[in-house]
Design a protein around this ligand. Structure first.
Ligand code: ADP
Ligand code: MG
Length: 689
């Protein structure tokens, strides 16, 4: 039995934390003492990290060594006193100012050499440091003190005091869940060392040793946990899907009826899926491929296989528009082979819905397409054997498990994603999935030519649009915001629409599409678009998914620096969907070096995998597109952009253990899975659904 530990207590048990204050802690996501211990310092007050006076910048909190070159002087104005002294080092000079601390004047004199720490303020050419703390050379250097992320009403001292109480508590017990072997192999500190040193380091090095332990355990837990869940599935029984020779021949016919030759990637992915189907354990496979790489064709053939084997499959799309689109294409395709397709989306007329549900339960519908309405409890399948989610990097682990466990014979799961994720992230996000990467594109596709442009180039850009419209082609213009606001000073979709309608394109057919329009209006615009009745569509990023119009040849992105790289790449996939040459123009006035680098990366690369890697490298995983929504847990100690080596180490450690003990049942591994579930099961659930 584990002893009661202070870690399980609410923070309000700590001295100085009233219930009222505890409410402030909860704003930071801190409820228990354990949460507080995991609230790691963002940086440290470090008196050993000295700057030269000439390097000091307005607004920063800095530490520097300087000589006192004037007698301290106290100015009094009413009740306020100001103590001023001039400081200098070899590179420059500034003054130090203290408010209402007149006694400071007695603590220093001209010629003293002191180390100061405080906030730098600039007024014209003059710099000062405000209310600095200081110590004399030769005195003990102040310790490294943690600086925490705060919220209004809390101070660094309140947090430091709370953390110190936990670390000093007699009832602080950690349960070591990392196997001794892994700790030794990877030279990891104990939890108690790690937490004391990360909060109150005895040196910068010790803090890093502590952080490394905690980062390792996060990465290790997730990988070992996810992979062990995957191993668990091999013990779940389901029937293999067997095809007769006749069925095989029919499948072949289906493949031929596409009217194109499958790409090598499509063939390989399909072969992997067939192997999955022939096994008796449920498969979880992620298919990663750029927009247009032909994932739908693969999904169709997989569903065709299942139908031929006499079982049911479902295809889940993120929006009703996409579900509808899939339904129209797929039902037409399957009709020729006598396979019945059904559609189930939210907001269907009740009678129609009931009819569909009955047909699903009786097995009449062999292939069902819909939105997450498919996940609801009133959908009862006769023999569900395959579940495909499209564009769904958004389904968390739990979600996938839920869907599967609804059935007695666990279905195979395919997850199709058009936002390729670098391997390092995929390992974390999808550690329990097998991965198929579709890297080659159908032949005859021309890469979209991508350029950056500035406001001064607008006449040329407009000429380009005009030329394309003349050819009967369509232009998309995407803006970051629907409406303008005082906070965000940039042209909104509404404003762009008005500007074009009154100006250069008054003679053209313009439409404005965004997420806040009533569904009916949206549908009308989508219909007009597919009928070719719109020349220019002004929109927000809703255009990212779901629009499939082959005549669209120009995509203009306004304030392109506002979008993530991978998101821009996704939007770009809306043009270049035919043999016509297409263009993407990234409008941006920014001079920010990093932002410019990102835009240039997009002009250079057309491969989503390369772009994803670039995006991760430039921005770090915290900001990495959609990853938040995708169920990636918040990492406290690790940072995937700089901890790649540690990730590989942790993956290796997990692999080594799982090879011996796939279900993590041996004595020394027994605590891993419960700890994984305790920490991440909740977070891996998708909040976006
Ligand atoms: P994804 O879902 O991966 O974005 P789709 O499956 O929608 O891509 O395919 C995009 C387009 O390419 C569709 O019009 C499809 O018919 C076509 N397509 C798919 N595979 C091939 C292929 N092997 N050769 C030629 N065209 C293909
Ligand atoms: Mg698709």
């Amino acid at each position: 039995m584990s002893r009661r530990s202070i870690l399980d207590e609410k923070v309000s048990v700590l001295r100085g934390i009233s219930d009222k204050r505890a409410a402030l802690f909860s704003k930071l996501g801190i409820h228990s003492c354990e949460d507080l211990l995991w609230h790691l310092p963002r940086t440290y007050e470090d008196w050993t990290d000295l700057s030269f006076v000439s390097e000091l910048e307005d607004g920063e909190t800095a530490c520097f060594k300087a000589h006192v070159i004037s007698m301290p002087h106290v100015n009094r104005r009413g009740r306020v006193s100001q103590t001023v002294v001039k400081l200098q080092d070899d590179t420059g000079a500034l003054s130090a100012v203290w408010f209402n601390q007149p006694w400071i004047a007695k603590q220093m004199s001209r010629g003293d050499s002191l180390v100061f720490r405080g906030r730098i303020k600039r007024a014209g050419r003059y710099f000062s440091v405000q209310n600095p703390q200081f110590y004399r050379e030769g005195e003990a250097v102040p310790p490294l003190l943690p600086i925490y992320p705060l919220t209004e009403g809390l101070t660094q001292n309140i947090l430091r005091d709370g953390v110190a109480q936990i670390l000093d508590s007699d009832s602080l017990h950690f349960t070591e869940f990392l196997p001794a072997g892994s700790r030794r192999d990877h030279q990891l500190a104990s939890q108690s060392y790690a937490f004391s040193e990360i909060h109150f380091p005895s040196s910068v090095h010790a803090a890093e040793v502590g952080r490394r332990r905690l980062a390792f355990e996060e990465l290790f837990l997730i990988m070992a946990g996810l992979r062990s869940l995957k191993a668990e599935r091999t013990y779940l029984e389901r029937q293999a899907l067997v095809l007769s020779e006749q069925d095989e021949a029919d499948l072949q016919k289906m493949e031929e009826s596409f009217g194109f030759q499958l790409t090598v990637s499509q063939q390989e992915t399909l072969a992997a899926i067939k192997r999955d189907f022939e096994r008796t354990c449920p498969a979880y496979r992620l298919i990663q491929g750029d927009v247009g790489s032909g994932k739908t064709a693969v999904a169709i053939l997989a569903m065709g296989y299942v139908a031929l084997a006499g079982k049911q499959s479902v295809l889940m799309a993120p929006t009703s528009i996409l579900a509808q689109q899939h339904y129209e294409n797929i039902s037409k395709f399957f009709e020729k082979f006598g396979i019945k397709t059904g559609l189930l989306v939210g907001g269907m007329p009740a009678a129609q819905k009931r009819e569909t549900l009955t047909a699903i339960e009786s097995g009449e519908i062999q292939c069902l397409i819909g939105t997450h309405a498919l996940l609801s409890d009133d959908v009862k399948y006769k023999q569900l054997a395959l579940c495909i989610t499209d564009e769904q990097h958004r389904f968390g682990v739990e979600q996938r498990l839920n869907l599967s466990s609804k059935e007695e014979a666990y279905p195979h799961v395919l997850v199709m994603s058009a936002t390729p994720i670098p391997r390092s992230l995929a390992m974390i996000l999808y550690g329990d999935l097998d991965i198929s990467e579709m890297r080659d594109m159908p032949a005859g596709r021309q890469p979209v030519l991508t350029y950056t442009a500035r406001n001064k180039d607008r006449p040329r850009v407009e000429q380009m649009i005009e030329n394309e419209i003349e050819k009967g082609h369509i232009t998309y213009i995407v803006c970051p915001a629907i409406k303008s606001s005082e906070m965000i000073k940039m042209e909104s979709a509404e404003e762009v629409f008005k500007r074009l309608k009154k100006g250069s394109f008054s003679h053209r057919r313009l439409a404005l599409l965004h997420g806040r329009l009533p569904a009916k209006e949206k549908d009308q615009i989508m219909q007009a678009l597919s009928a070719g009745e719109i020349d220019i569509l002004v929109s927000t990023s809703v255009i990212e998914v779901g629009i499939d119009q082959k005549k669209a040849t120009i995509l203009i992105v306004e304030n392109a620096e506002r979008f993530g790289l991978a998101q821009l790449h996704q939007m770009r996939g809306r043009v270049g969907r035919s043999h016509y040459q297409s263009y993407c123009i990234l409008m941006s006035e920014t001079d920010d070096v990093l932002a410019r680098k990102r835009l240039t990366a997009l002009c250079r690369h057309n491969d989503g995998f390369k772009i994803a890697e670039e995006d991760l490298r430039l921005r770090g995983p915290g900001d990495f597109f959609g990853v938040r929504q995708s169920g990636l847990p918040d990492f406290r100690a690790s940072d995937l952009s700089r901890d790649r080596d540690l990730l590989v180490e942790a993956a290796g450690a997990a692999e080594k253990i799982l090879a011996q003990d796939p279900l993590l049942q041996e004595a020394e591994n027994r605590l891993i899975l419960p700890e994984f579930k305790r920490r991440y099961a909740e977070r891996l659930k998708n909040p976006a659904l």
